[in-house]
Design a protein. Structure first.
Length: 39
């Protein structure tokens, strides 16, 4: 069994990863918009 402390750390890690992925997605979308304008 995991202790609740471990579970808290895992959840925090997942949330951080989610935020990073969201940022990367946003950046990618912005880049794509810029590229589309140039075409």
């Amino acid at each position: 069994m995991q202790s609740s402390k471990d579970r808290g750390i895992i959840i925090t890690n997942l949330q951080n990863q989610k935020e990073q992925l969201s940022k990367q997605l946003q950046e990618q979308i912005e880049l794509n918009k810029e590229t589309d304008k140039k075409r």
